[in-house]
Design a protein around this ligand. Structure first.
Ligand code: KG4
Ligand code: ZN
Length: 358
């Protein structure tokens, strides 16, 4: 079985072909980072236009590089949500048109399901497992029990962890995207012998009941520290890097605490997860990986982190989710519409103070 996957929910245009033997035949990702960088974040209209400009040629390139025609794939799977509606419409409409023209089945994939199932593509791991999804748009723990069986244990009540990195980097004048810039600045501070407690920031939600995340208070605390030091214009490089280190420490501690609670809850309820899986762009952070590895070790579980190419947004995970869903009996979904909000676990209780995040 071979599935062509399409991903257009945010700022990556991606097309990939994956087969039922977990082989990634081709995996193409076109990042729009340079188009959004001048604005310090993703501009939805620019993203949608860029997907429209590139998706057809990228798909043709995927088929060419995969050495096959559309007639040789079994189905076409496109991300139908959650995400930016303009981009979703481009991917879904294009995918449906291809399916219709070639007589193939169309599958409407939940982007979060793509992330949730990606460790089965990379590492072949068995259900159930606990997933921590940490990206610019998402911050949640999910118990992945089987195809279509997802239970959200915690989610953010305000910003995602990646947003905390991005907004923190903006406050410190470190550029976009913020995560890699903060990690590099923190490494410089450590190399210079900075004391991580010098500018200690609050550890959001630490020790609080439940498993939800919160990061907006951290941003406020960081802004206050910058102001107390005379404002961004007067901030020396050493202090700026030490603040980046403090921010990274606070985010890492908060993620570890909340994830440990989610694992304990899953284990306490008898779910017996086989692993802690970490996915999303923030999972690239070495400090965060180390603290989560410690959480997994304390719970007696392995930590699995798919390779970076599968951790950040990509179409291979969308194609793979299509394969898993076809095997589970999914039929044609050409009548399913794109949707900006689409929680994986519709029964999850709303996080206290939750805004627009899925
Ligand atoms: O998964 P991703 O590529 O895209 C989505 O948001 O869907 O994640 C991007 C996020 C950005 O917020 C970026 O700042 C963050 O991941 N990120 C990192 C690192 N690399 C990327 N955060 C912390 N440390 C990193 N090394
Ligand atoms: Zn994503």
């Amino acid at each position: 079985m071979r599935v062509l996957g399409l991903e257009t929910s945010c700022d990556e245009t991606a097309a990939a072909i994956v087969d039922g033997e977990r082989r990634i035949i081709v995996d193409l990702v076109l990042s729009q980072l340079d188009e959004h960088r001048p604005y310090g974040g993703v501009v939805p209209e620019i993203a949608a236009r860029s997907h429209l400009d590139h998706l057809d040629r990228l798909t043709a390139a995927a088929l060419r590089q995969g050495g096959m025609t559309l007639g040789e794939v079994d189905a076409i799977a496109a991300t139908a949500g959650p995400g930016l509606i303009g981009g979703l419409l481009v991917g879904v409409t294009f995918g449906k048109a291809l399916a219709l023209a070639s007589g193939k089945r169309f599958l409407a994939i939940n982007h979060l399901e793509g992330h949730a199932l990606s460790p089965r593509l990379s590492d072949g791991i068995a259900f159930p497992y606990l997933l921590l999804l940490v990206s610019g748009g998402h911050c949640q723990t999910l118990l992945v029990a089987g195809i279509g069986r997802y239970r959200r244990l915690g989610t953010t009540v305000d910003d995602a962890a990646g947003e905390a990195f991005d907004k923190g980097a903006k406050l410190l004048g470190l550029g976009y995207p913020g995560g890699p810039a903060i990690e590099a600045a923190a490494a410089r501070a450590e190399a210079a012998g900075a004391d991580p407690t010098q500018f200690a920031l609050p550890r959001p939600m630490l020790g609080r009941p439940g498993c939800d995340f919160s990061f907006s208070g951290l941003k406020t605390a960081l802004r206050e520290r910058v102001i107390a030091l005379g404002g961004i214009g007067r901030l020396g490089e050493a202090d700026r890097d030490a603040l980046a280190l403090a921010l990274q420490e606070a985010i890492a501690a908060s993620l570890a605490d909340r994830t440990a609670r989610a694992l304990a809850r899953a284990q306490g309820e008898g779910a017996a997860p086989t692993a802690l899986v970490v996915a999303g762009g923030v999972a690239a952070n070495r400090r965060i990986r180390a603290s989560l590895a410690e959480v997994a070790r304390s719970a007696g579980l392995p930590m699995v982190a798919p390779p970076a190419s599968l951790c950040t947004d990509n179409a291979a995970m969308i194609a793979w989710a299509g394969i898993e869903r076809l095997r589970a009996g999914a039929g044609d979904e050409s009548l399913v519409a794109a949707r900006p909000r689409w929680p994986l676990d519709p029964d999850a209780p709303k996080a206290v103070g939750a805004g627009v995040k899925a």
